[in-house]
Design a binder for this molecule. Structure first.
Ligand SMILES: [Ca+2]
Length: 150
């Protein structure tokens, strides 16, 4: 767990780095596909959303959502992922919707940096944490390549 400064460009750069983004999303997908059939069921996706804690928390602040409302939210989110209405979410659908979600988060953040508390989940791969790490590694690489401006 740590604290990071995050704005929309951090998240957008992460989504825009297709190799890093797809690797991260594919790892997440594999971890969520509990029965290994190559697609996410409604229950598997719900578990995923609970892991992300996007609905229960708003940037680290716990909010209470009534269970019936949560169930409706999870159903509508599943329908958003399941683009071809097959009843399951495949890897491409998962990548596409995760990209949309992260870009929506980026738009929400805009240019105003916020301080966020990042918690390591069991996979050690919090997506916002990865966005921060990717930016930090690029800054480190850039400052190693050129002397700092002063
Ligand atoms: Ca599955």
């Amino acid at each position: 767990m740590g604290v990071a400064i995050l704005d929309g460009s951090t998240v957008r750069a992460f989504v825009g780095d297709e190799a890093a983004f797809n690797r991260s999303i594919d790892e997440r997908f594999a971890a969520l596909d509990l029965n290994g059939d190559g697609v996410l069921s409604r229950a598997e996706l719900r578990r995923a959303l609970e892991t992300f804690r996007l609905l229960e928390t708003h940037f680290g602040v716990d909010v209470v959502t009534p269970p019936a409302e949560l169930a409706a939210l999870y159903n509508s989110i599943f329908d958003q992922f399941d683009l071809d209405r097959s009843g399951t979410v495949d890897r491409d659908e998962f990548r596409a919707e995760m990209r949309n979600i992260l870009l929506a988060i980026a738009d929400g953040l805009g240019d105003s940096p916020i301080q966020v508390v990042l918690e390591e989940d069991e996979a050690g791969s919090n997506l916002l944490q990865q966005a921060v790490d990717l930016e930090a590694s690029k800054i480190a690489a850039a400052s190693a390549a050129a002397p700092p401006l002063s």
